[in-house]
Design a protein around this ligand. Structure first.
Ligand code: LMR
Length: 353
Protein backbone atom coordinates (compact mmCIF):
# COMPACT_ATOMS: atom_id res chain seq x y z
CA UNK A 1 0.00 0.00 0.00
CA UNK A 2 2.79 2.42 1.05
CA UNK A 3 4.69 1.38 -2.06
CA UNK A 4 1.73 2.34 -4.34
CA UNK A 5 1.36 5.64 -2.53
CA UNK A 6 5.06 6.47 -3.12
CA UNK A 7 4.70 5.64 -6.84
CA UNK A 8 1.72 8.03 -7.20
CA UNK A 9 3.54 10.85 -5.37
CA UNK A 10 6.56 10.24 -7.60
CA UNK A 11 4.47 10.51 -10.80
CA UNK A 12 2.73 13.69 -9.67
CA UNK A 13 6.10 15.23 -8.77
CA UNK A 14 7.65 14.40 -12.16
CA UNK A 15 4.49 15.74 -13.89
CA UNK A 16 4.74 19.04 -12.01
CA UNK A 17 8.45 19.45 -12.81
CA UNK A 18 7.75 18.82 -16.52
CA UNK A 19 4.85 21.29 -16.60
CA UNK A 20 6.93 23.99 -14.90
CA UNK A 21 9.85 23.40 -17.20
CA UNK A 22 7.83 23.67 -20.43
CA UNK A 23 5.46 26.29 -19.07
CA UNK A 24 8.09 28.70 -17.82
CA UNK A 25 11.06 27.89 -19.98
CA UNK A 26 10.03 27.03 -23.55
CA UNK A 27 7.00 29.25 -24.09
CA UNK A 28 8.65 32.52 -22.97
CA UNK A 29 11.68 31.54 -25.08
CA UNK A 30 9.47 31.25 -28.21
CA UNK A 31 7.78 34.54 -27.54
CA UNK A 32 11.03 36.32 -26.83
CA UNK A 33 12.37 35.24 -30.24
CA UNK A 34 9.47 37.09 -31.89
CA UNK A 35 9.34 40.08 -29.60
CA UNK A 36 13.00 40.69 -28.91
CA UNK A 37 12.87 44.01 -30.72
CA UNK A 38 10.51 46.84 -29.80
CA UNK A 39 10.13 47.73 -33.49
CA UNK A 40 9.11 44.20 -34.39
CA UNK A 41 5.51 43.16 -34.03
CA UNK A 42 4.45 40.12 -32.01
CA UNK A 43 2.91 37.12 -33.69
CA UNK A 44 -0.62 38.37 -33.06
CA UNK A 45 0.09 41.51 -35.10
CA UNK A 46 1.72 39.72 -38.01
CA UNK A 47 -0.04 40.20 -41.35
CA UNK A 48 -0.74 36.81 -42.91
CA UNK A 49 -1.05 36.48 -46.69
CA UNK A 50 -2.39 33.12 -47.83
CA UNK A 51 -1.16 32.60 -51.39
CA UNK A 52 -2.76 29.68 -53.23
CA UNK A 53 -1.70 28.22 -56.59
CA UNK A 54 -2.16 24.97 -58.50
CA UNK A 55 1.27 23.95 -59.80
CA UNK A 56 4.22 22.10 -58.28
CA UNK A 57 6.84 23.96 -56.22
CA UNK A 58 9.62 23.25 -58.76
CA UNK A 59 7.90 25.13 -61.63
CA UNK A 60 8.37 28.78 -62.67
CA UNK A 61 5.25 29.83 -60.74
CA UNK A 62 6.06 27.64 -57.72
CA UNK A 63 9.58 29.06 -57.52
CA UNK A 64 8.38 32.64 -58.06
CA UNK A 65 5.81 32.32 -55.26
CA UNK A 66 8.49 31.14 -52.82
CA UNK A 67 10.90 33.89 -53.84
CA UNK A 68 8.17 36.53 -53.51
CA UNK A 69 7.24 35.20 -50.05
CA UNK A 70 10.86 35.31 -48.91
CA UNK A 71 11.39 38.88 -50.19
CA UNK A 72 8.20 40.17 -48.58
CA UNK A 73 8.99 38.53 -45.25
CA UNK A 74 12.61 39.69 -45.11
CA UNK A 75 11.94 43.22 -46.35
CA UNK A 76 9.13 43.67 -43.83
CA UNK A 77 11.25 42.40 -40.93
CA UNK A 78 8.78 39.55 -40.69
CA UNK A 79 5.83 41.86 -40.06
CA UNK A 80 4.27 40.02 -43.03
CA UNK A 81 4.11 36.25 -43.37
CA UNK A 82 3.32 34.81 -46.81
CA UNK A 83 1.98 31.27 -46.58
CA UNK A 84 2.29 29.63 -50.00
CA UNK A 85 -0.07 26.70 -50.73
CA UNK A 86 1.04 24.94 -53.98
CA UNK A 87 -0.48 22.09 -56.02
CA UNK A 88 -4.09 23.19 -55.51
CA UNK A 89 -3.89 21.91 -51.90
CA UNK A 90 -6.16 24.75 -50.73
CA UNK A 91 -8.22 25.57 -53.84
CA UNK A 92 -8.34 24.08 -57.35
CA UNK A 93 -8.12 26.33 -60.41
CA UNK A 94 -11.94 26.17 -60.61
CA UNK A 95 -12.37 27.66 -57.13
CA UNK A 96 -9.38 29.91 -56.49
CA UNK A 97 -10.83 33.05 -58.08
CA UNK A 98 -13.98 32.93 -55.92
CA UNK A 99 -11.82 32.19 -52.87
CA UNK A 100 -9.84 35.35 -53.62
CA UNK A 101 -12.88 37.56 -54.21
CA UNK A 102 -14.48 36.31 -50.99
CA UNK A 103 -11.25 36.89 -49.06
CA UNK A 104 -10.69 33.23 -48.12
CA UNK A 105 -7.19 33.65 -49.52
CA UNK A 106 -5.39 36.94 -50.07
CA UNK A 107 -3.37 36.10 -53.21
CA UNK A 108 -3.55 33.79 -56.23
CA UNK A 109 -1.72 33.67 -59.56
CA UNK A 110 -3.91 31.95 -62.16
CA UNK A 111 -2.99 31.54 -65.81
CA UNK A 112 -4.55 34.55 -67.57
CA UNK A 113 -6.61 32.12 -69.68
CA UNK A 114 -8.65 31.46 -66.53
CA UNK A 115 -9.86 35.06 -66.18
CA UNK A 116 -12.62 34.87 -68.78
CA UNK A 117 -15.06 34.73 -65.83
CA UNK A 118 -14.03 38.33 -65.08
CA UNK A 119 -14.02 39.58 -68.66
CA UNK A 120 -13.66 37.89 -72.08
CA UNK A 121 -11.12 40.59 -72.96
CA UNK A 122 -8.50 38.57 -71.06
CA UNK A 123 -8.68 36.07 -73.92
CA UNK A 124 -6.77 38.47 -76.17
CA UNK A 125 -3.67 36.90 -74.59
CA UNK A 126 -4.77 33.44 -75.82
CA UNK A 127 -4.91 34.26 -79.54
CA UNK A 128 -2.78 31.52 -81.13
CA UNK A 129 0.44 32.66 -82.81
CA UNK A 130 -0.30 36.34 -81.94
CA UNK A 131 2.80 36.84 -79.76
CA UNK A 132 5.68 35.20 -81.62
CA UNK A 133 8.61 35.99 -79.28
CA UNK A 134 9.33 36.55 -75.57
CA UNK A 135 9.63 40.29 -76.25
CA UNK A 136 6.22 40.28 -77.90
CA UNK A 137 4.74 38.62 -74.80
CA UNK A 138 6.45 41.19 -72.54
CA UNK A 139 5.06 44.03 -74.62
CA UNK A 140 1.55 42.58 -74.34
CA UNK A 141 1.88 42.16 -70.56
CA UNK A 142 3.63 45.44 -69.80
CA UNK A 143 2.09 47.67 -72.46
CA UNK A 144 -1.42 48.81 -73.37
CA UNK A 145 -3.01 45.34 -73.25
CA UNK A 146 -1.82 44.60 -69.70
CA UNK A 147 -2.77 48.08 -68.46
CA UNK A 148 -6.29 47.88 -69.93
CA UNK A 149 -6.88 44.42 -68.50
CA UNK A 150 -5.66 45.43 -65.03
CA UNK A 151 -7.83 48.53 -64.96
CA UNK A 152 -10.97 46.32 -65.11
CA UNK A 153 -10.10 44.29 -62.03
CA UNK A 154 -10.90 46.69 -59.19
CA UNK A 155 -14.66 46.53 -59.86
CA UNK A 156 -14.43 42.86 -58.87
CA UNK A 157 -12.64 43.48 -55.55
CA UNK A 158 -9.32 42.43 -57.07
CA UNK A 159 -6.05 44.27 -57.53
CA UNK A 160 -3.62 43.09 -60.20
CA UNK A 161 -0.02 43.19 -58.98
CA UNK A 162 1.69 42.05 -62.18
CA UNK A 163 2.40 39.23 -64.58
CA UNK A 164 4.63 36.22 -64.05
CA UNK A 165 6.14 34.25 -66.91
CA UNK A 166 6.04 30.55 -67.65
CA UNK A 167 6.50 29.67 -71.31
CA UNK A 168 5.18 28.91 -74.76
CA UNK A 169 2.59 26.15 -75.00
CA UNK A 170 3.25 22.90 -76.84
CA UNK A 171 0.85 20.14 -77.89
CA UNK A 172 0.90 16.58 -76.54
CA UNK A 173 -1.20 13.72 -77.85
CA UNK A 174 -1.36 9.97 -78.33
CA UNK A 175 -1.11 10.41 -82.12
CA UNK A 176 1.31 12.76 -83.89
CA UNK A 177 0.02 16.33 -84.38
CA UNK A 178 1.69 17.72 -87.46
CA UNK A 179 -0.99 18.65 -90.00
CA UNK A 180 -4.31 20.28 -89.07
CA UNK A 181 -6.11 17.08 -90.14
CA UNK A 182 -4.33 15.25 -87.29
CA UNK A 183 -6.54 17.11 -84.80
CA UNK A 184 -9.86 16.04 -86.34
CA UNK A 185 -12.25 14.35 -83.95
CA UNK A 186 -9.66 14.19 -81.19
CA UNK A 187 -10.55 15.42 -77.69
CA UNK A 188 -8.21 17.85 -75.95
CA UNK A 189 -8.05 19.09 -72.37
CA UNK A 190 -8.05 22.88 -72.23
CA UNK A 191 -8.01 25.63 -69.63
CA UNK A 192 -11.46 27.28 -69.42
CA UNK A 193 -10.95 29.79 -72.26
CA UNK A 194 -13.36 30.26 -75.17
CA UNK A 195 -10.51 31.35 -77.42
CA UNK A 196 -8.56 28.15 -76.73
CA UNK A 197 -11.76 26.20 -77.34
CA UNK A 198 -12.29 28.01 -80.66
CA UNK A 199 -8.69 27.27 -81.63
CA UNK A 200 -9.29 23.50 -81.27
CA UNK A 201 -12.71 23.73 -82.96
CA UNK A 202 -11.04 25.45 -85.93
CA UNK A 203 -8.95 22.28 -86.29
CA UNK A 204 -12.05 20.07 -86.10
CA UNK A 205 -11.22 18.82 -82.58
CA UNK A 206 -13.25 18.75 -79.36
CA UNK A 207 -12.05 20.69 -76.33
CA UNK A 208 -13.00 20.02 -72.71
CA UNK A 209 -12.05 22.27 -69.79
CA UNK A 210 -10.53 20.05 -67.08
CA UNK A 211 -8.88 21.29 -63.86
CA UNK A 212 -5.10 21.20 -64.06
CA UNK A 213 -4.71 18.69 -61.26
CA UNK A 214 -7.08 16.20 -62.91
CA UNK A 215 -5.38 16.32 -66.32
CA UNK A 216 -2.85 13.53 -65.74
CA UNK A 217 -5.61 11.18 -64.63
CA UNK A 218 -7.80 12.03 -67.65
CA UNK A 219 -4.87 11.42 -70.01
CA UNK A 220 -3.94 8.19 -68.27
CA UNK A 221 -7.49 6.83 -68.42
CA UNK A 222 -7.73 7.77 -72.11
CA UNK A 223 -10.73 10.06 -71.49
CA UNK A 224 -8.96 12.65 -73.64
CA UNK A 225 -6.46 12.34 -76.48
CA UNK A 226 -4.19 15.24 -75.71
CA UNK A 227 -3.61 18.65 -74.16
CA UNK A 228 -1.55 21.81 -74.62
CA UNK A 229 0.81 23.17 -71.98
CA UNK A 230 4.26 24.53 -71.23
CA UNK A 231 7.19 22.14 -71.01
CA UNK A 232 7.55 22.87 -67.27
CA UNK A 233 3.96 21.76 -66.63
CA UNK A 234 4.30 18.75 -68.94
CA UNK A 235 7.47 17.79 -67.06
CA UNK A 236 6.43 18.50 -63.47
CA UNK A 237 3.05 16.75 -63.84
CA UNK A 238 4.60 13.91 -65.86
CA UNK A 239 2.16 14.26 -68.78
CA UNK A 240 4.97 12.91 -70.97
CA UNK A 241 4.51 9.52 -69.26
CA UNK A 242 0.97 9.17 -70.57
CA UNK A 243 1.38 10.74 -74.03
CA UNK A 244 3.18 9.35 -77.05
CA UNK A 245 3.81 12.55 -78.99
CA UNK A 246 4.94 16.09 -78.29
CA UNK A 247 4.78 18.82 -80.93
CA UNK A 248 6.92 21.88 -80.26
CA UNK A 249 4.53 24.38 -81.77
CA UNK A 250 5.00 27.50 -79.57
CA UNK A 251 1.46 28.41 -80.64
CA UNK A 252 0.50 30.34 -77.51
CA UNK A 253 1.97 31.66 -74.29
CA UNK A 254 1.01 30.56 -70.78
CA UNK A 255 1.68 33.25 -68.22
CA UNK A 256 0.15 34.29 -64.91
CA UNK A 257 -1.59 37.25 -63.39
CA UNK A 258 -0.71 37.83 -59.76
CA UNK A 259 -3.83 39.00 -57.94
CA UNK A 260 -4.53 40.25 -54.42
CA UNK A 261 -7.92 40.79 -52.73
CA UNK A 262 -8.59 44.52 -53.04
CA UNK A 263 -10.26 45.02 -49.62
CA UNK A 264 -7.24 43.36 -48.04
CA UNK A 265 -4.90 45.52 -50.17
CA UNK A 266 -6.66 48.72 -49.11
CA UNK A 267 -6.40 47.68 -45.44
CA UNK A 268 -2.57 47.66 -45.69
CA UNK A 269 -0.48 50.71 -44.81
CA UNK A 270 1.40 52.45 -47.66
CA UNK A 271 4.78 51.12 -46.45
CA UNK A 272 3.51 47.52 -46.45
CA UNK A 273 1.99 48.03 -49.92
CA UNK A 274 5.34 49.37 -51.14
CA UNK A 275 7.17 46.28 -49.82
CA UNK A 276 4.71 43.98 -51.63
CA UNK A 277 4.94 45.95 -54.92
CA UNK A 278 8.74 45.99 -54.81
CA UNK A 279 8.96 42.24 -54.08
CA UNK A 280 6.53 41.64 -56.92
CA UNK A 281 8.63 43.63 -59.42
CA UNK A 282 11.85 41.99 -58.31
CA UNK A 283 10.32 38.50 -58.60
CA UNK A 284 8.83 39.17 -62.07
CA UNK A 285 12.12 40.45 -63.49
CA UNK A 286 14.03 37.52 -62.04
CA UNK A 287 11.46 34.96 -63.23
CA UNK A 288 11.33 36.23 -66.81
CA UNK A 289 14.77 34.77 -67.66
CA UNK A 290 14.61 31.85 -65.25
CA UNK A 291 11.33 30.57 -66.72
CA UNK A 292 12.99 30.23 -70.14
CA UNK A 293 15.90 28.29 -68.65
CA UNK A 294 13.59 25.98 -66.67
CA UNK A 295 11.49 25.18 -69.77
CA UNK A 296 14.63 24.52 -71.87
CA UNK A 297 16.22 22.30 -69.22
CA UNK A 298 13.03 20.35 -68.67
CA UNK A 299 12.67 19.62 -72.37
CA UNK A 300 16.11 18.00 -72.13
CA UNK A 301 14.96 16.03 -69.08
CA UNK A 302 11.86 14.81 -70.96
CA UNK A 303 14.15 13.66 -73.78
CA UNK A 304 16.38 11.84 -71.27
CA UNK A 305 13.62 10.24 -69.21
CA UNK A 306 11.11 9.14 -71.84
CA UNK A 307 10.82 7.88 -75.37
CA UNK A 308 8.09 10.34 -76.32
CA UNK A 309 8.32 11.33 -80.03
CA UNK A 310 9.17 15.00 -80.39
CA UNK A 311 8.32 16.92 -83.53
CA UNK A 312 9.36 20.54 -84.10
CA UNK A 313 6.67 22.26 -86.19
CA UNK A 314 8.24 23.59 -89.40
CA UNK A 315 7.38 26.95 -90.93
CA UNK A 316 5.44 25.22 -93.74
CA UNK A 317 3.42 23.22 -91.22
CA UNK A 318 2.81 26.33 -89.12
CA UNK A 319 1.45 28.07 -92.22
CA UNK A 320 -1.03 25.23 -92.71
CA UNK A 321 -2.16 25.65 -89.08
CA UNK A 322 -2.56 29.41 -89.68
CA UNK A 323 -4.67 28.78 -92.79
CA UNK A 324 -6.95 26.53 -90.79
CA UNK A 325 -7.31 29.26 -88.15
CA UNK A 326 -8.17 32.08 -90.60
CA UNK A 327 -11.97 32.13 -90.09
CA UNK A 328 -11.49 31.91 -86.34
CA UNK A 329 -9.17 34.96 -86.49
CA UNK A 330 -11.88 36.90 -88.34
CA UNK A 331 -14.44 36.23 -85.62
CA UNK A 332 -12.29 37.28 -82.65
CA UNK A 333 -13.66 40.78 -82.26
CA UNK A 334 -17.12 39.37 -81.58
CA UNK A 335 -15.65 38.02 -78.37
CA UNK A 336 -12.90 40.50 -77.41
CA UNK A 337 -12.75 44.34 -77.56
CA UNK A 338 -11.53 45.18 -81.06
CA UNK A 339 -8.94 47.74 -79.89
CA UNK A 340 -7.28 44.98 -77.85
CA UNK A 341 -7.34 42.56 -80.80
CA UNK A 342 -5.81 45.27 -83.02
CA UNK A 343 -3.12 45.95 -80.45
CA UNK A 344 -2.29 42.21 -80.36
CA UNK A 345 -1.82 42.18 -84.17
CA UNK A 346 0.30 45.33 -83.96
CA UNK A 347 2.61 43.56 -81.52
CA UNK A 348 2.56 40.47 -83.74
CA UNK A 349 3.70 42.43 -86.81
CA UNK A 350 6.41 44.22 -84.84
CA UNK A 351 7.99 41.01 -83.52
CA UNK A 352 7.37 38.48 -86.31
CA UNK A 353 10.79 37.15 -87.27
C1 LMR B 1 -3.13 24.79 -66.64
O1 LMR B 1 -4.25 24.74 -66.14
O2 LMR B 1 -2.73 24.04 -67.54
C2 LMR B 1 -2.17 25.84 -66.15
O3 LMR B 1 -2.87 27.02 -66.00
C3 LMR B 1 -1.57 25.45 -64.83
C4 LMR B 1 -0.69 26.57 -64.33
O4 LMR B 1 -1.13 27.28 -63.44
O5 LMR B 1 0.42 26.68 -64.87
Amino acid sequence: MLKNYLWIVGFVFIGLITAFYFGFHFIPYKQSSLEHDDEQMGIKDQIIIKFSHVVAENTPKGIAAQRFAQLVEENSDYRIKVEVYPNGMLYSDEDELDALIEGNVQMISPAHSKLEKLSPDWLVLDIPFAFPTYDAVSEAYEGKIGQELFSMLEKKNIKGLGFWYNGFKQMTSNDPLIHPADFREKVFRIMPSDVIEMQFHAFGAEAVPIPFNKTYQSLEKGEIDGQENTISNIYSKKFYEVQENLTISNHGYLGYVVLINNDFWKSLSPDIQAIIKEAMEETSDWMKELAKTINDQELDKIKENSDINIHYLTLEEKNLWLEELSSFYNSLDKKIRSDLVNEAWKIHDKYLE
